[in-house]
Structure formats: C-alpha cells, structure tokens
Ligand binder design. Structure first.
Ligand SMILES: CC(C)(COP(=O)(O)OP(=O)(O)OC[C@H]1O[C@@H](n2cnc3c(N)ncnc32)[C@H](O)[C@@H]1OP(=O)(O)O)[C@@H](O)C(=O)NCCC(=O)NCCS
Length: 347
C-alpha cells in the first residue's frame, strides 16, 4: 500500500483544541514550531498546514515484535503465535501505520472468519500519535479487506457509540457482552473440579489425529467449519491444547498460549457442559506452570462459566460490546467458555 500523507494539523480549530497535547519530545517540538508558524500563516490564509508522512501498509512477519510491543504498552494480552496464525489465514488482513523512522505506531485488522464474515480488531495508535487522524486512516485502509461483507468486532465501551454513529458498526448486540478477565498469580486451579470424570469421558492432549474431531465439534459451536485456523492454532509454538471425548466423540476442547505480557492466555475453550469445561480449564492451567497470571475472555451470559472463574480468585476485568456492520450472528454462548481470540475471531 502506498504512503498515505497524514496531516498532523488538519484545521486551525483542531490545532487550537489539541495544542495542549504536544509532548516535549524532539519530534513534537519540531511539529509544534511548524504548527505555530503555519497558524499565523493561516490567519493570513496563505500556506497549507504541515504534513507528516505515515505509511499505512499490510503487516509483515518482521513487524510482529514491534506490534506486540505496542500492544504490551496498552496492557493487552495478545498472543504472538495467534497473530502469526491469523496472518497465515488472511495475509492481507492486518494493516500497520509506520512512521518516518520505520516504527509501527498503529494497527488495525479486518480478517476473514468465513467468506461472508470478517472480524475487526487490534485497533490502536501509539499514545504520542493519537488525535491526528492516524487511527481513522488505518481503520479505513484495513476495512477495505472486508469489501461489502458483514463485519463483527468487540468494542471497548468508550468507542462503541462512535462506531455506531460513524455507520461502520450500527448494530450493538446486547446479548453478547465480552468480559476480559486477568487473574494475577497465584491462580487457584486446585479449587477447580477435581473429582474423577465419568468413566466414558476422557481428556487427551492434542495430536494431529484428533484434529478432524475437534474441527467437527468446533463447527457445531460456531456454525461453520474452520479447519485452517484450528490446525494452526493447535500447532502454535508455546501452546497446549486438550480435547474431551465422550465414548469417542469430541465434546469440548481448549488451548492455552503465551500472551505478550507473559500470561497464560486461555482460548478457545468450548464444551458441551460446565463439568467438561472446568476439567479442561484445570488441565490447561496445570499444563502451563511458568506464566505471569492468566488471561481469559468470555461471554458474560455464560453463567456457569462465571461461577467456575470465581474459583480462580479475583480477576481484573474489562467489558467489551459486540458490534456488527450488517447483522448479528447467532451463537449458543453457553458452549463458549473462552473465545478463540477476541481480536481476530467472532467466537
Ligand atoms: C481508538 C484509537 C485507535 C483512535 O486513534 P487516533 O489516531 O487517536 O484516532 P483519530 O485521531 O483518527 O480520531 C479522531 C476522533 O475520531 C474517533 N475515532 C477514531 N477512530 C474511529 C472510528 N473508527 N470510528 C469512529 N470514531 C473514531 C477518535 O476516538 C477521536 O474522537 P475524539 O475526537 O472524540 O477524541 C486510539 O485512541 C487508541 O489507540 N486507543 C486505545 C486502544 C483502543 O481503545 N482501541 C479501540 C478498541 S475498540
């Protein structure tokens, strides 16, 4: 994608209202001087406002560590391995904003979940670059990937109304609120279900031969088949996956991966009932001892899940609203105990 020149001072009014935001960094001082000069020139209606060049382009493999730094600064538990998997699923799906020094200062993704549904996420701009339209530019560039298809996203509370008013996401699904939970150590996994499961239920660590059963069970939960992302997800570096079987039929599965903040991030975790979900969660946590807390994002309407999570201790939580471009996508949230990835996947 070509360089998109981004005006860092799009009008006199906005310059005046935003002037207090300039920091004392070298970059900002240079901009400040330039804007002052141009403000006086603009009063005499002569010169255009100064422009800085921000490149907006498709993300590359070598950008991942910088992107994860940006996400870490925001305290978001993205998993590097998951970003790599979604890049493989939709190579054009993730866009980044790059400054003149080649540093990544923003990101936004619209990745294909299936041919009719895209999912928008990782929308952020580094603090020093906010309020200069970098966000809107990268958001619009990323959106092109979804063409005219339906789009789902999880919005932080402060942005949902803005997305609705802009017309990008007019639909807010009141029934699908997402809670991002973070449990600091110690995690009380010993409090989770520890009686023997019924004799006909077995929990097995992931191996390739289990994939067809996992893909089939997953499709029964999310409503469509998604073999590629599941194959990639189950093989991610530094991750563990377990699947539950009743009389040989898959009745649940889950994964734990490393977040960019060092936490064990659980997702997905889907199961037929709370007993199976709890047993899988316990397995996942205990298979992943060297971690900095536990991150798990869940639909708030899964009440039994809320009771399971309470056993782990006190979580730091943040709520997101589910928004859509065209129409809601229905799912049975009672089978979802953790989303696959709240930045790339609808469920
Ligand atoms: C949200 C964020 C990416 C916006 O980046 P930005 O470069 O500051 O945005 P812009 O300068 O292009 O936006 C100008 C205005 O439009 C709003 N805006 C940005 N993107 C928008 C969008 N896609 N739709 C509607 N409004 C939008 C901004 O909030 C801002 O509103 P304000 O003037 O009331 O403050 C940035 O604030 C950020 O990184 N926030 C923290 C991460 C976050 O909350 N991301 C959203 C997850 S849903």
């Amino acid at each position: 994608m070509a360089h998109v020149p981004v005006s860092l001072g799009f009008s006199v009014t906005s310059y005046l209202s935003k002037s207090f935001r300039f920091s004392i960094s070298k970059f900002k001082n240079a901009t400040w001087t330039s804007l002052q000069r141009n403000y006086h020139q603009l009063q005499q209606k002569v010169e255009p406002l100064p422009r800085h060049s921000i490149e907006i382009r498709t993300m590359r493999e070598e950008d991942i560590s910088q992107l994860m730094n940006l996400r870490r600064q925001l305290g978001i538990h993205d998993a590097t391995s998951s970003v790599q998997s979604w890049m493989a699923v939709d190579p054009e799906g993730i866009k980044v904003a790059v400054n003149e020094n080649g540093d990544i200062v923003g990101s936004c993704s619209y990745v294909k979940n299936h041919p009719e549904l895209y999912f928008a996420g990782i929308y952020c701009v580094q603090k020093e670059y906010r309020n200069y339209n970098v966000g809107i530019q990268i958001f619009n560039a990323a959106k092109e990937n979804a063409k005219d298809k339906n789009i789902a996203a999880n919005s932080v509370l402060s942005m949902a109304k803005k997305y609705q008013q802009s017309g990008d996401f007019p639909i807010i699904d009141e029934d699908l609120t997402t809670v991002k939970n973070y449990f600091p150590d110690p995690i009380h996994s010993e409090m989770l279900f520890n009686k023997d499961l019924p004799a006909n239920i077995e929990i097995e660590p992931f191996q390739e031969c289990l994939l067809p059963s996992i893909v089939q069970y997953d499709a029964s939960v999310v409503g469509h088949t998604r073999e590629l992302i599941l194959r990639l997800s189950c093989h991610e570096e530094d991750s563990r996956t377990f699947a539950a079987f009743r009389n040989g039929v898959c009745i649940g599965f889950g994964s734990i991966k490393r977040s960019c903040l060092g936490a064990g991030r659980v997702g997905p975790l889907y199961a037929e009932d709370p007993v199976v979900a709890e047993a899988l969660l316990k397995k996942l946590i205990e298979s992943y001892p060297n971690r900095n807390g536990l991150a798990i994002s869940t639909p708030s309407s899964n009440i039994p899940n809320n009771a399971i999570l309470q056993k782990l201790g006190n979580a730091k939580t943040e709520t997101c609203l589910r928004i859509y471009r065209k129409q809601k996508v229905n799912v049975n949230a009672s089978k979802i105990y953790a989303y696959l990835d709240i930045n790339f996947s609808a469920f």
